[in-house]
Design a protein around this ligand. Structure first.
Ligand SMILES: [Zn+2]
Length: 439
């Protein structure tokens, strides 16, 4: 382990000597080699703080957003949605009258600051380059158009993997003998396929990030052990093997899997919006002895609510800024609101409520919250993230057992559609309502 650290130390030292030759030649004897000079003269930059499997960012990717946002709008988005308070970006992002200064490497201020200049009254507004089409740029449709989603490309991300991977993911449980296991990755895929059929008939082009219960990523837990050990070492210190194994597993089914789906979304699908489908669950009272919980609720998420720890990750910070600069907030919020209203009518579920630290409310709609999740941060387009139904609620369990039946069936005295169709209908109605209003 010491060898790895030493190797990294050397690599960093070398990196500096290559990146900033001017510093060396101006102050020191030129007969000494660059590498040695750095080791003797300057503290090497520590390894940057990054999210799991994150990459050191290239700050020049923000160059295209120079002078595209006013100070007022930048500040409002940062404070109102993306962070909980100024303390979450203190020392990392400084807002001045004409520009924002953003630290490039949070644990190494000597690495410099990126300067993002604001749009001022003297300049004309510039079009922002983006891979998705905003509603006002879409073809206008007549009010009675029977394909209100015509020409809209939607990526649907069925959350989790399911199948033989559901146990590792911890998104599966069985209660009772001879019952169908309740498995989130399989359920989200069912809803995704119904949505694909229904939204296509309304004119949308639909692409799923996965169509089977297999991972999108090629990497597996065992491929990520070294990476997990290193990440733990750099972020938490020495870790026992059991924690390394758990981290590697999480890196497989969350970090690597979602990052691979993000590559698909951002580089191949390039949709106008993305829908991340999930089912919620409430914490078990005793995880070793699963028993039904009474709670059942609904909420939708847009991206936001970054903590200080998250903003201090260099890759996370630039990704948050890119979402601010692409102005996804406005579409995510209005779309989420519209769909939350139709889903609330469809499912008759009460809203879930966060305590304000892991999720933040951005308006008066009790169903809509902002939260920073890997998928709604990495998919570079407006993203609505769904968390309806608690999978470990008794009625939800019965409805999963009932499967995809036609028509209505009675649950607790109320006749209901099958749970997958009900979920999809809530989403479809909301999308249609939204696009009828804005197109
Ligand atoms: Zn989920």
């Amino acid at each position: 382990m010491r060898n790895t650290l030493f190797a990294r130390f050397l690599a960093v030292a070398l990196g500096i000597s290559i990146g900033t030759p001017g510093l060396i030649s101006s102050s020191l004897d030129k007969s000494i080699t660059g590498t040695l000079v750095v080791a003797a003269n300057k503290t090497p930059a520590p390894h940057p703080k990054l999210a799991r499997l994150g990459k050191k960012p290239d700050w020049s990717t923000l160059d295209k957003y120079q002078r595209t946002i006013t100070r007022a709008e930048f500040q409002r988005l940062l404070d109102h949605c993306y962070t909980r308070s100024g303390a979450d970006y203190k020392g990392l992002i400084q807002v001045f009258e004409d520009r924002a200064r953003i630290i490039k490497q949070s644990n190494h201020p000597e690495g410099g600051w990126y300067e993002l200049h604001f749009l001022t009254d003297r300049r004309k507004t510039k079009e922002i380059e983006r891979d998705w089409t905003a509603p006002w740029q879409m073809e206008k449709l007549p009010r009675n158009e029977n394909q209100p989603l015509k020409g809209i490309h939607i990526a649907i991300d069925p959350g989790h993997i399911g199948g033989e991977w559901a146990d590792i993911e911890g998104r599966k449980y069985t209660i009772g003998e001879d019952t169908i296991p309740v498995q989130e990755g399989e359920m989200t895929l069912k809803v995704a396929k119904i949505l694909q059929r229904d939204l296509t008939s309304l004119g949308a082009k639909i692409t799923l990030t996965r169509t089977t219960e297999e991972p999108v990523t090629k990497l597996r837990t065992e491929d990520l052990t070294k990476e997990a050990r290193l990440w733990l070492l750099e972020n938490k210190g020495l870790a026992p093997d059991s924690l390394v194994e758990a981290t590697a597993r999480r890196m497989f089914y969350v970090s690597s899997e979602i990052r691979e789906r993000a590559v698909l979304v951002n580089e191949e699908i390039k949709p106008d919006l993305a829908l991340c489908l999930h089912f919620d669950a409430s914490p078990w009272k005793n995880p070793y002895k699963p028993a039904f919980r009474d709670v059942n609720h609904l909420h939708l998420l847009i991206n936001g609510c970054y903590s200080y720890g998250e903003v201090s990750e260099d890759d996370t910070r630039i990704e948050m800024l890119e979402r601010i600069l692409q102005r996804v907030y406005y579409y995510e919020l209005r779309m989420a609101e519209e769909i939350a209203n139709s889903m609330a009518r469809e499912t008759r579920l009460p809203p879930f409520s966060y305590n304000g630290s892991s999720g933040k409310s951005v308006n008066s709609n009790p169903y809509v919250w902002s939260r920073n999740l890997l998928a709604n941060r990495k998919f570079m387009c407006p993203v609505v993230f769904f968390e309806p139904y608690c999978m470990n609620n008794k009625e939800v369990h019965s409805r999963v057992q009932a499967g995809e039946y036609r028509g209505l069936k009675e649950f607790g005295g109320i006749y209901k559609k099958n749970i997958f169709q009900e979920y999809a209908d809530g989403v479809t109605t909301g999308l249609v309502n939204y696009f009828r209003k804005v197109r």
